[in-house]
Design a protein around this ligand. Sequence first.
Ligand SMILES: Cc1cc2nc3c(=O)[nH]c(=O)nc-3n(C[C@H](O)[C@H](O)[C@H](O)COP(=O)(O)OP(=O)(O)OC[C@H]3O[C@@H](n4cnc5c(N)ncnc54)[C@H](O)[C@@H]3O)c2cc1C
Length: 463
Amino acid sequence: MKVVVVGGGIAGLAAAHRLEGILPVSQSEIVLLEQESGLGGKIQTERVDGYVIEAAPDSFLSRKERGVGLCEELGLADELVGRRPEHERSFVRRGHVLYPLPTGLTGMIPTNFDALAGSELLSAEGKERLAAEVDVPPAPAGGDESIASFVSRRLGPEAYERLVEPLMTGIYGGDGEQLSLRATFPALRTFELEYGSVVRGLLAQPSDRGTWPPPFASLRGGMGELVAALVRDLRRTELRTSSGVSTVRPSPDGGYLLETTSGEMIAADAVVLAIPAFAVAELVVGFDDELATAHGEIPYASSAVVTLAFRSDDVTHPLDGYGYVVPRSEGSDVLACTWTSRKWAERAPDDAILIRVYLGRFGGRDVTEERDRDLLALGRLELELLGIDAGPQLTRIHRWPRGMPQYVLGHPERLRRIELALAEHPGLAVAGAAYRGVGIPDCIRSGEDAAETVARSLAASLG
Ligand SMILES: Cc1cc2nc3c(=O)[nH]c(=O)nc-3n(C[C@H](O)[C@H](O)[C@H](O)COP(=O)(O)OP(=O)(O)OC[C@H]3O[C@@H](n4cnc5c(N)ncnc54)[C@H](O)[C@@H]3O)c2cc1C
């Protein structure tokens, strides 16, 4: 039995890892094909001169079980770290002013109205409207709704624009008018239906404060440690980098035939495609056009991360917090600015400050097409708002063209079409950020689920 995993991001690595655990050692062969020269996909950490620089993700939600769970299985439990508690606060930038996020947020939503009362982020009317959420009747059962429509309907348009939209954009880089509530935050609709109120629903949930692991977890040496540990633990998977796959077809003898970009044909009994949706569409077009079309309909946002380091002496701003988010209504390319060395310990030398500026909005211009010096200029312009105009000691630019799938309205139906199409192809499964969660734990779970799916189908074919 030969299983080929296409894609060496976290979903593909997790799929291979799970396959090693469930396929019989003596009768199975696992090959992972990755088009780039390195593994990890979006998870890339550089360690240089005392800095820990993340190219994309810097942490993950620990309440989603497979992030912490996999770290523990890989012996990384002692490497898990939380954000620095002494700087625990974040801001929303409006114009040149940073407004502290009200304390007592549960996810993106204020549930502590006393704390909200002191916040300058919302007007008095905005706060009143938000407090009236408990009295807003639930919408009748119906189709999908955008995040913008749902949150404005329940909490008021101001709470959406000034609070929820910028926080949500920090996760998806997306446009709340287009993002599907059912595909992104289904629990909010459940709370509306079950508790008659999102706020009441959130308050009824067990609190994760004060527990270990912390709600946002990272690894001491950066997220790349997870990839390195996974790769170390893959004992019998043949890892082939610089091996892009260009087509997947059913083989006349059963199973599948994959063609690599160098023209090599590889036969497999089962295949896990752990690559972005647009890449799946390219691979399967001509073999299953409906599968290709449904994948091709999943849009992606492009973004860039500009990382800058400064001597502490050159920064007069107190940077007392984790950073800030920028609402879409500001008309800026900047989504967020993270004060990395304030958020995480051991990310910069003691006499230095590390900052990340996250740029690029879905529906806006494609920042990944900008030249390095223009992206750097955008980053530095943003930091001038903090009074930082000194020359940086170090800079890094990471571009993520079509880097973040967007679960726009209709996403749940697209997933159903994909499932229906896949049901016709036993031994073929998909995994990764395009489907049921973009976060690292979601991607791990989807890789593991895909591994289980193809293992079941192999077992069934053997009778
Ligand atoms: C800027 C940014 C910040 C983020 N921050 C966070 C965060 O803080 N926390 C969090 O949980 N998530 C975050 N995410 C999301 C998360 O990092 C990703 O959703 C996740 O890493 C995706 O994993 P994946 O395995 O699905 O895909 P990828 O990491 O994209 O891996 C897919 C792999 O497939 C390879 N590939 C593609 N086509 C082919 C082919 N034809 N043949 C062979 N190989 C192919 C690619 O080269 C790539 O290595 C962030 C994402 C971005 C872009």
